[in-house]
Design a protein around this ligand. Structure first.
Ligand code: ATP
Length: 352
């Protein structure tokens, strides 16, 4: 049985229908990200789980208990928001103790829990400081400790890293994931950053226009996107416009070249179709093991260190590809003619 269930959730603000038939089962200890563009309804779903927003219809069940009608503070849920959510007039220790005080936890236990939480977030000695005396990353760690101190059943994180600079973001997200796994706490994480969602989630819910477009592991969502929206939103894609030549075996013509997808495509012969390829599926040069070869011209070379991202013009489009750096092989010069190749199985046929 799932630990947290969202059943047919709907939410409208006046005439604005922002969450539509949203269903999700989350297991105990799972880390699930809601990923989607601004305004797709991620925060609204999270706020309904928290109890800050009443669903227009549908229900929320935690550990078999229907909490839909419960007030926020009766749900035992921890929340962490974007930066600057700490109480500025309270010390770090008082901030962390806040939820325990509200619950009426006795002083000795409160102090012990605060010490335990500060150790957990790696700031055991900063209890007496005020938020303004902390870096942004430290403030967010304290916010995490504050959310976790009352031992909530579920942890909700609403873009908690978005105000931090890139390096702190990466280290803190890894830390959040480690703590979450350590405690085994069921977590929902809202983000519009696909790299963030891919890197730390057990599963990702890709949202679009108030609907859960796809639910899957990062591996599934990246490699088997269920829609053109998901394919485009998660990761970088190269898009090729082609014409369906043989629907029964999925043969698509890209300019002079035929791509044999090897599976039936439920569209009429002659239909315009879009094929997508991830940058890492494109090989620079001819490779006998890959069935599709296209003439190409090097347009741009970005040396990123371990990886070199190369942009070429091929089949009437711009194609990004990644190669690993090899110290004995300098990248080809811009303007030179070459070929690119790819395995037919790596092409993703996008729904129109
Ligand atoms: P972002 O990443 O920008 O936070 P989001 O995916 O979290 O976006 P929501 O904040 O859930 O999106 O908002 C979804 C839609 O609902 C938006 O069109 C927003 O304007 C609207 N909305 C959210 N809260 C309210 C409210 N209290 N009253 C009216 N409309 C609201």
């Amino acid at each position: 049985m799932s630990y947290l269930t969202l059943n047919h959730l709907e939410k409208s603000f006046g005439a604005n229908h922002v969450v539509k038939d949203f269903n999700l089962d989350i297991d105990k200890g799972e880390f699930v990200s809601f990923l989607g563009p601004s305004g797709c309804g991620k925060t609204t779903v999270l706020r309904m789980v928290a109890g800050f927003e009443m669903p227009s219809s549908g229900s929320i069940v935690i550990e078999g208990q229907d909490v839909t009608g419960l007030r926020a503070n009766a749900r035992n849920i921890g929340m962490m928001f974007q930066a600057y959510a700490l109480f500025p007039n309270l010390t770090v220790a008082e901030n962390v103790a806040f939820g325990l005080r509200v619950k009426g936890v006795a002083r000795a236990e409160r102090d012990a829990r605060v010490a335990e939480m500060l150790a957990l977030i790696g700031l055991p000695d900063l209890g007496a400081r005020y938020p303004f005396q902390l870096s942004g990353g430290q403030q967010q760690r304290v916010a995490l400790a504050r959310a976790l101190a009352p031992r909530p059943r579920v942890l909700l994180l609403d873009e908690p890293l978005s105000a931090l600079d890139a390096k702190v973001r990466v280290s803190l997200r890894n830390e959040i994931r480690a703590i979450q796994q350590d405690l085994g706490i069921t977590t929902i994480f809202v983000t519009h950053d696909q790299e963030e969602a891919l890197s730390i989630s057990d599963r990702i819910v890709v949202m679009n226009g108030g609907v859960a477009d796809q639910v899957g592991t990062p591996f599934e969502v990246y490699n088997k996107p269920s829609s053109a929206f998901v394919a485009n939103f998660v990761g970088t894609l190269n898009l090729f416009r082609g014409v369906l030549e043989v629907p029964a075996s999925g043969v698509v013509r890209l300019g002079e070249v035929l791509v044999k997808l090897g599976r039936a495509v439920d569209r009429p012969r002659g239909a315009a179709v879009t094929l997508a390829l991830r940058p890492e599926a494109v090989h620079l040069g001819r490779d006998p093991a890959r069935e599709v070869t296209l003439p190409a011209r090097i347009d741009q070379v970005h040396f990123l260190g371990s990886v070199i991202r190369i942009r070429v013009g091929a089949a009437g489009t711009q194609v990004n590809l990644d190669t690993f750096n090899r110290p004995d092989t300098p990248p080809p010069p811009v303007g030179s003619q070459t070929e690119i190749s790819a395995a037919a199985a790596d092409f993703i046929l996008l729904e129109e």
